[in-house]
Ligand binder design. Sequence first.
Ligand code: CO8
Length: 257
Amino acid sequence: MSYETILVEQKGGVTLITLNRPQALNALNSQVLADLTDAFAKFDADDSQRCAVLTGSEKAFAAGADIKEMSSQSFADMYGSNFFAGYDRVTATRKPWIAAVAGWALGGGCELAMMADFIIAADSAKFGQPEIKLAVTPGMGGSQRLTRAVGKAKAMEMCLTGRNMDAAEAESAGLVARVVPAADLVAEALKSAEAIAGMAPLAAIAAKEMVNAAFETTLQQGVVFERRLFHGLFGSEDQKEGMAAFIEKRPGNWTGR
Ligand code: CO8
């Protein structure tokens, strides 16, 4: 399947999606949204695919929503079309996916990266929510996900002043899982994705669901949700296989059942 604004490759059980609008530093226009939602839906529906990596270029993961596309829009256009609400379909992806970020991840680019299950950053990565400089605000979840990731002080400062965070600060603030040399970014992200793709698929989805529940529930509700999913995995063939494989000192052979 070929797309206008992204490249999609399958590498074993891992889908690599690369944003590909170099002339606009991967700015997110409506075509990118259409392409991404289709690619993520196909990834989620394909039983041969277990984890995805979303990346950009060396210079930019994505420099934001496309300002040229948005500039002349009216309130009625934006509100009437529920502009960019389609990204909810990306966040509804059930299988795990990783954002591999080099260069600029600004505005909607930072927000798209934060939709991932985790971010691996190149040492060149720069994260920011500069929308205030355009007399608007984050609109793809940045005020919520950035605040949950790094806390109120840094999120408020970034949203109010437009200050960027470099990779080292993003790691120490908890925005990214780890920082790697820029030259190794995609290889490192693929390595993590391959590790996830090698896990029993139902357990991987359950782990993702329960960690995400931590942001939606009280501690007690979250703990009960986790326990119920844990109990539920004992209804899977892979749980029997996984524990037998441990006892027999051999690798597990998963069926996804
Ligand atoms: N939109 C459209 N085009 C862009 C964007 C963008 N966000 N960013 C860069 N480009 C284009 C430039 O216009 C330029 O094109 P051209 O050559 O035709 O003039 C090309 O990409 C290269 O950019 P620069 O020449 O500016 O490259 P520099 O290396 O000098 O600078 C920067 C790189 C610092 C990243 C700079 O391009 C920049 O500041 N970009 C804008 C960053 C920004 O403000 N992002 C936030 C956008 S608003 C947003 O994301 C809202 C999200 C929420 C939407 C939710 C809707 C519900």
